[in-house]
Every structure is written in C-alpha cells, then in structure tokens.
Design a binder for this molecule. Structure first.
Ligand code: 13P
Length: 249
C-alpha cells in the first residue's frame, strides 16, 4: 500500500499577522500539482484564524502547534480541542522536542493529548526523537520505543492510520545538521518495528522526517525508503523554499 505523503510547516513562534498574510498570499499563487502530497501549515495560535481564512480556497490544511488535553476549565494559557476545531484546525503537533525540553511535556502528557485528539476526531502529529547523547550512547531505539509505547498506550485495537509520527532527532533540529540517509532509513524502519511489536500495523503509518530539511537536501531525503514526508521548521518560513521542498516529495 502507498502511504499518504505530507509536507508540514511548523512555523514555531514566528510570523505575526502581516507576515502570515504575505506568506499565504504567495502560497496561493503556487500550483499544488503534486496531488499525492498533503500540505499542512501550523502557525502560532494567534495566527490560526488568519491562516484558516487564507487557506479557505486552498488544498492546504491547518494545524496547531500544541493543545491541552482537558475540555475546558481553569487552565490559564491553554487551548482546547474545541477551540481549535472551531477555527477549522484538524491537525495538532504534540510532543515536539522543544515542548518536551523547554516546557516539560512528558510522555504521559503526550499520551493524554493523543487520546483527547483522537476522541475529538482530530489528527495528531506525534513528534519523537533522541538527543545527541542518547544517540551516542546507543539509546536511540530505547528512547523511541519508550516515547511511542507511552504515547500510543491507549490506542491498541484502534485505527491509527490518521496519526502521523514525525521522527525529529533533537540534535538535527535547527542545527543545519541532518541525520545521514542510513540513520534515517534505519530509524524509520525501527519505528515501524516498534509499532508492530506493540500490536499495530507499522507499515500503514506515515512517518515524517524533521530536522534541518531544506530545499537543497529535500530531494535526497525524500528518496529514503520509509520517509513519508517532512516536518519543516526554518525552511518553511520562506515560501519559495517550502514550495521547493513540497515539489521534491
Ligand atoms: P528545522 O527544520 O528548523 O530544523 O526544525 C525542525 C522542526 O523542529 C520541525 O518541527
């Protein structure tokens, strides 16, 4: 079976309203000829509304960079699934390494978010990845296995085809260093095996690579077996670079 391919822009804490508009007005002029690749934009919460409106006539979809797992209540500063859905947001990034390392997001919180999103019929983009020290100490498989087993604990027996996994080695994010082709291929295969060991059909799940993807390395990276697309940070802030990445998938 051919898995869906994705090109996801994680704009992180960039782009105010005018920058969002300027990017998306240019994006609208691009010909999204590659029908087999889905494009998703994940702006800051404050730009979701603007982005939703500007994507109205586009095939590109809307995602958020985070969500809280409770439905409502006294959770100052948090955003619920219902609030996101109201804006037309279907996708949500969870477990990003910046949220794990800077904001203390744990595997258990990722699990709670995954459960909440699936119960709300929203689509999670679950980020996993090892640090440099973990890779150097041969712990990559152990770390990914823990992150995935905890996150997907309550998904057993359920259809997980609408969940994306993004493998983002922490040491490759924003550093200009990409993992080697062999590393990516091996690790994506390892992730599929972890799913199979946990009782899921690992061959159905779309696994994206993220970490210093650019218009210059996208062609090579997209040719790697088991890579079903990209989660792009820095290079997604430039409309021509992001379009070039999309075109190489
Ligand atoms: P960069 O593409 O800037 O390395 O960021 C990757 C990332 O964190 C996407 O979520």
């Amino acid at each position: 079976m051919r898995r869906i391919r994705y090109c996801v822009a994680n704009w992180k804490m960039n782009f105010n309203c005018s920058e969002t508009k300027s990017f998306l007005e240019n994006w609208e002029k691009k010909d999204l000829i590659n029908k087999e690749v889905k494009t998703i934009f994940c702006p800051s919460f404050t730009e979701l509304n603007t982005t939703a409106k500007l994507l109205q006539n586009s095939n590109s979809e809307l995602g958020a960079q985070n969500v809280y797992y409770e439905s409502n209540g006294a959770y100052t500063g948090e955003i619920s699934c219902r609030m996101l859905k109201e804006l037309g947001c279907q996708w949500v990034i969870i477990g990003h390494s910046e949220r794990r390392s800077i904001f203390g997001e744990t595997d258990e919180m990722v699990c709670n978010k995954l459960d909440k999103l699936t119960s709300e019929n929203m689509y999670p983009i679950v980020c996993i990845g090892e640090t440099k020290v973990e890779r150097e100490n041969g712990k990559t498989e152990e770390v990914l296995s823990r992150q995935l087993s905890v996150a997907f604990e309550n998904q057993k027996g359920k259809n997980i085809e609408n969940i994306i996994v993004a493998y983002e080695p922490v040491w490759a994010i924003g550093t200009g260093i990409t993992a080697t082709n062999d590393m990516i291929s091996e690790t994506h295969q390892c992730i599929r095996n972890i799913f199979s060991t946990n009782g899921f059909n690992g061959s159905n799940i779309s696994i994206l690579y993220g970490g210093s993807v650019t218009n210059e390395n996208a062609a090579e990276l997209s040719g790697i077996t088991d890579v079903d697309g990209f989660l792009v940070g820095g290079a997604s802030l430039d409309v021509n670079k992001f379009y070039a990445i999309y075109n190489q998938l």
